[in-house]
Design a protein around this ligand. Structure first.
Ligand code: F6R
Length: 633
């Protein structure tokens, strides 16, 4: 949510910053801007909307300088207009600031500055920061306070960040200190990149990877001064800190579309490979029921499993849906009572403390503020308690360098590769795989599954990539026709039961996010308790009917919808004559063990959302109002 980037070195800053912003555009695309210091002045170019608007503006503006900061915005305070675009400058235009986050006490700070004669030209919370930095610098100058251990700009920023409430990461430039960028982090991601005589800062690694793979992630409550000679890191209290850069081995830079019209479609098609990658990572290749160990190899210590009585999961959005599938698996296969919480609710209404509890945070980005806050809160309230109540924290993430992995005790890498489309698809699939692996491991350790059943599930998992590959082209043909028929439809209902209820939620979320069509996901059996009143011939119903112990029930619920004239689309293997007769259209999926069916049933729903949005001519990869990494609460 908002991307920030900074460069100091010997090359032209603006082109490096623009490329960095391109790598961070997934974090927000309401506006973008770049500021440099040139001839002891701040030079600034900003544009509303996507990055290409800024690029066009830069073509007509010679933005010089070898030090600069850039920003791509997801609007929180103030409409997405050019005057609200970052970087923001102070009244005298000596200080420029980019921020990712929210300054929660900005009203109070702004009122104070106004009373002291400062003027504001934006509706943003950020504008207080450059003005406060300018004010602190003036105060220090007036008081003759020039002999400090740190540079005056660093000291001014340090004093300011101590007055800010909220979660933020900032980068600050000052025309009076043209050889410095000062950055600070409080609960929003910020990394520093170490090049040869040049240094970078960014919200995420892809922005710096073309130039260096040596990075230091700043921790909460830390600030740093970047100069052409090096980087100094301090605590908000002013203590100097030592950090050694670590070398990233992954290449996380943005890839190409490889012939697909959109990243989302490419990522949907990558899912068989994602399933394969997870199986390669976590399944023992030659495991048999006679093997003296679990079929799963996870990086989890036995202390996670010892006397485990309960699992609590915190997550948001699509990750929350993956967690609901996880709950089903953990309860039904491993016999562990499991609660799934919206991370944004958990923090402010946590359940009573329970003993021997594993807390799992699920977040593909590893940076979702709600999820991180929920985990931090739980860690804090359990720290210092007796052994039974001590925190056991597990993360499931696609970004092993993220803040999440530094917060939890252990993390499962979901191996999906970088996902560019803002709507999550392959990372959801990878989260499901993580839950299958975790559950099978726990079921083995706790001996809750007979070994032949365990072997059956493992064998079925191994078949999945091929089954997915075989059905996707056929599904896409059917979906293209449906997209043609339903491009102007206003409401959709998605029904599922049991392990496929979360998939109904996910199908509805995908459609809402990228096609802007209203959609509801519902447990099929609940329809008759109210929502059935919504149905008529104009509302298509998508029913996930996977053979298994609730199959007949779902068909009956679909029948009830049909009796209300609803048009029925069935996500189902097409062999059953009862289903072929009932559904107006069948989105075919392979016949598979019901327990594994979410892996198959979600794909046609992703394709349906994709094709409807593409047919409506919408920006599938960057849907309005959304961002890939939600770093504000
Ligand atoms: C849906 C989507 C969002 C995210 C949610 C959590 O397509 O992308 O609902 O799932 O913002 O994000 P992470 O998984 O990064 O915590």
């Amino acid at each position: 949510m908002c991307g920030i980037v900074g460069y100091i070195g010997t090359q032209s800053a603006s082109s490096i910053l623009l490329e960095g912003l391109r790598q961070l555009e997934y974090r927000g695309y309401d506006s973008a801007g770049i500021a440099t210091v040139w001839e002891d002045k701040i030079d600034l170019v900003r544009a509303k909307g996507k990055l290409y608007n800024l690029q066009t503006k830069l073509e007509g503006h010679d933005l010089q300088g070898t030090v600069g900061i850039g920003h791509t915005r997801w609007a929180t305070h103030g409409k997405p207009e050019e005057h609200n675009a970052h970087p923001h400058v102070d009244m005298s235009r000596r200080v420029a600031v980019v921020q990712n986050g929210i300054v929660e006490n900005y009203r109070e700070l702004r009122d104070g500055l106004k009373q002291r004669g400062y003027e504001f030209v934006t509706e943003t919370d950020t504008e207080v920061i450059p003005n406060l930095v300018a004010e602190r610098l003036d105060e220090m100058r007036a008081g003759g306070e020039w002999v400090t251990l740190v540079s005056p700009l660093t000291e001014a920023v340090r004093r300011v960040v101590n007055d800010l409430h909220g979660a933020f990461a900032i980068a600050v430039l000052c025309a009076d200190y043209p050889d410095e960028i000062v950055v600070a982090r409080q609960q929003a991601p910020l990394i520093i990149g170490f090049g040869q005589g040049e240094f970078f800062c960014a919200s995420d690694t892809p922005a710096v990877l073309p130039y260096t793979n040596a990075i230091v992630p700043l921790e909460n409550g830390e600030l740093a001064t970047l100069t052409p000679l090096g980087v100094e890191i301090y605590s908000f209290a002013g203590d100097r800190l030592k950090r050694h850069p670590h070398i990233l081995t992954t290449t996380t830079s943005v890839s190409e579309k490889q012939g697909f019209r959109h990243f989302m479609l490419k990522e949907i098609y990558e899912q068989p490979s994602v399933v394969r990658a997870c199986l390669d990572a976590y399944l023992h290749p030659d495991w048999t029921p006679d093997s003296p160990h679990s079929p799963i190899r996870l990086p989890l210590p036995s202390t996670f499993y010892d006397q485990l009585e309960q699992v609590q999961i915190v997550a948001c959005g699509t990750s929350w849906h993956a967690a609901l599938v996880g709950k089903y698996l953990l309860e039904q296969l491993a016999g562990i009572p499991t609660q799934v919480h919206y991370a944004s609710e958990f923090r402010y209404a946590p359940p009573p403390l329970t003993a021997h509890t594993l807390l799992i945070g699920v977040t593909q980005s590893g940076e979702t503020a709600d999820t991180l806050s929920a985990i931090s809160m739980e860690k804090e309230r359990r720290t210092g308690l007796s052994e039974a109540f001590a925190p056991r924290l597990l993360g499931i993430t696609n970004r092993m360098q993220s803040t999440l992995t530094r917060l939890v005790d252990q993390a499962i890498d979901t191996h999906a590769g970088i996902e560019i489309g803002v709507a999550a698809t392959k990372t959801f699939m990878a989260q499901l795989m993580a839950f299958y692996c975790l559950t099978l491991d726990l079921a083995y350790q706790r001996q809750t599954l007979p070994s032949d059943r365990l072997a059956e599930i493992v064998a079925t998992l191994r078949q999945l990539p091929m089954q997915l590959e075989a059905t996707m082209p056929q599904q896409e043909r059917v979906v293209e026709q449906l997209a043609h028929d339903f491009a102007e439809t206003q409401d959709f209902i998605f029904l599922g039961r049991g392990i496929n209820f979360p998939i109904a939620l996910e199908g509805a979320l995908k459609l809402k996010e990228i096609s802007y069509i209203h959609a509801e996901g519902y447990p099929a059996g609940e329809m008759k308790h109210g929502p059935i009143a919504l149905l008529d011939a104009k509302v298509p119903v998508v029913a996930i009917a996977m053979p298994g112990h609730v199959y007949e029930k779902v068909l009956s619920n679909a029948q009830e919808a049909k009796a209300r004239d609803a048009l029925l689309i069935g996500v189902t293997p097409s062999a059953d004559p009862h289903a072929t007769e009932l559904f107006d259209t069948i989105l075919p999926v392979a016949l598979v063990d019901e327990l594994l069916s979410p892996i198959l049933s979600v794909i046609p729903l992703q394709l349906l959302a994709y094709h409807i949005a593409a047919r409506r001519g919408l920006d599938v990869d960057q849907p309005r109002n959304l961002a890939k990494s939600v770093t504000v609460e």
